[in-house]
Design a protein around this ligand. Structure first.
Ligand SMILES: CC(C)(COP(=O)(O)OP(=O)(O)OC[C@H]1O[C@@H](n2cnc3c(N)ncnc32)[C@H](O)[C@@H]1OP(=O)(O)O)[C@@H](O)C(=O)NCCC(=O)NCCS
Length: 135
């Protein structure tokens, strides 16, 4: 059975998964009053994470990632819903590459809208889509 938890017991797994599937820019996880980590567990096995900052009623998603074998099972949505239910932000912001259409479509499905675009933003020349979710 899967569950979402705020936990720092899986930091090594989070950093390894970010390196495997994303840019590898997270070398250390800061977890404090403003930086939060949620993990998705399936029978206590680590499946993925959501890492974000929370300042007042605003959240910025730093990174979200599921292990490939746990994608498309509702865990990404469960991580997001847990975050908004517990932290009750007015707005959630994020930035996603125009090359990552899977993530872009996932965010659209969650109700995000694109409010700006930065052309040639990433080192691979892809654009950055700036997206926002509002309560
Ligand atoms: C993007 C990611 C986090 C989505 O998580 P997930 O657990 O696979 O998504 P879910 O199963 O919770 O899907 C939630 C909803 O989004 C939709 N969705 C998910 N991926 C989608 C896709 N590629 N295209 C269209 N819709 C998609 C689902 O159909 C579902 O819709 P529903 O609520 O109507 O059923 C996951 O694919 C991932 O880890 N990708 C690699 C890392 C990454 O790119 N992170 C984002 C960096 S900006």
């Amino acid at each position: 059975m899967s569950k979402i938890e705020e936990s720092n017991l899986y930091n090594k797994e989070v950093i390894a998964l970010e390196k495997e599937r994303l840019t590898g820019t997270i070398n250390d996880l800061v977890i404090d009053d403003n930086h939060k980590l949620l993990v998705a567990l399936d029978s206590n096995k680590f499946c993925g994470y959501l890492y974000f900052t929370n300042i007042l009623d605003e959240i910025e998603i730093i990174s979200i990632c599921l292990k490939q074998e746990y994608e498309k099972k509702g865990l990404g949505k469960a991580l997001f819903e847990h975050m908004v239910n517990v932290y009750k932000p007015s707005n959630v912001y994020l930035e996603v590459s125009s090359n990552n259409l899977n993530a872009y479509n996932f965010y659209l499905r969650l109700g995000f809208v694109t409010y700006n675009k930065r052309f040639n933003y990433y080192s691979d020349k892809s654009d950055a889509y700036l997206m926002k979710w509002s309560r």
